[in-house]
Design a protein around this ligand. Sequence first.
Ligand code: ADP
Length: 489
Amino acid sequence: MTNIRQVYNWINGEYVPASNGETFDVTTPISQELIAEVSESTQEDADRAVAAAREAFDNGPWGKLTVKERSDKLRRMAEIIIERAEEIGTLDAMDVGKPIRNTVQGGEVDRSANNISFFADYAEMMHGEAFPMGKDYINYTTYDPVGVSVLITPWNIPFMLTTWKLGPALAAGNTVVIKPPEVTPLSVALLGEIAKEAGIPDGVVNIVHGKGGVVGNALTSHEAVDLVSFTGSTKTGTIIQQSAANTQKKVSVELGGKAADIIFSDADLKKAVPGAIRAAYTNTGQVCLAGSRLLVQEDILDAFLEAFVAEAKAFKVGDPNDVDTDMGPIVSEDQFQKVSSYIDWAKDNGLEILAGGKRPDNLPEEISEGYYLEPTIILAPDPNSKINQEEIFGPVVSVIPFQTEEEAIKIVNNSIYGLDGVIWTENLAKAHRVAHEIKAGTIWINDWFVRDLRVPFGGAKQSGNGREGGRFSMEFFTEAKNICIRIKD
Ligand code: ADP
């Protein structure tokens, strides 16, 4: 039924097949049908893309434009993303399995356009600094582009996360090579032609598709690459930092998470229940920020669970193209098996499954091959158990009852991860106290995933290294240079 798309690399302003002509298959998680054949790049393709980006950086017009000229082109790029929102959103729905209503109107595509226009505007407001040394010397500091930047993103939010890196990279004057996720490459594949249509010169944006361990590794270890920005798993983040170390590239990594929602007994359940549901099941729980551990204070455990289980059971799981679908399928068979193995582990260890834990009954025939799973809730009181320690990355939350504030803080911090944390209470003093004690890059109080692009975003502990967002992105994607002038005779 579906047309099979041919997806090519984008190098120096044009689509090109992989140098050896190889491709790999991409299927839709909606029904497991083949939807695309994608160029499977090698070292040679990485070399070509890096050479194009190098030439564009060293000798091309991009770096010679004024900031205003560059920012104007980026703002045009953002407009084109909005003009093509339907197409981009539909591709992500088909490729990732995201409900269409989360991708298009007011959703991820809007945010993606904003990722570009925000940093275009930001670059125009940037200024250097001066550090006078009395009347004898003056220092002034400039922020120069770093050079060829490699952007590597994961399969869960491919378009939005790539633009989150692309916006500041280009606004700062860098050239880029993008390595899209091989599981969901379709929307990101369009960014080259969108950049060209916006008037961005050839060679500034290049895209090479393929396996992380092959072409991804060729890029991160490449001698002509200056910077790597990565979002993905902690395991791959470690490999990438090691491989990028050979030439002292700048590296920023945003990695896994195991965030906890702490529901205190004085929380307003009218806010906390839908909020915790959103934190648990947005994007089928395939979000590094997902609130996958639910810490619930014992005196409200029954009331909270009654409402939370009811809402989870009311969730409509199905075809992401239906506007009333709340949750689509898990992205792939591998991921489905991984998520299911945690549910099996819970069952084998006698844990109580409060909801879900299985494929939905009565899936329509045309999507019955997809990897759908009901929103799953597992009572898992031992904070040290596998299910409370490992990142599951699927629609599964574990519930951990607690008694005191101190106990909750201890449980939350008992994790190798520290990406985000969520606190639900009507007592602001308590919220502040607890927020200060949690070791994480972001804390939300009485909400989840509320984003302002100016704020620092990134992970503590094994959830990452470095911060992006606003001036943090601009610092990462630039090289600060101090110029010291002697004034005295
Ligand atoms: P996940 O599959 O959970 O998203 P990964 O961290 O493995 O996690 O993948 C994120 C991105 O990193 C993907 O685009 C993948 O191709 C890429 N990748 C995987 N391994 C490597 C590697 N060794 N070097 C560079 N990129 C890699």
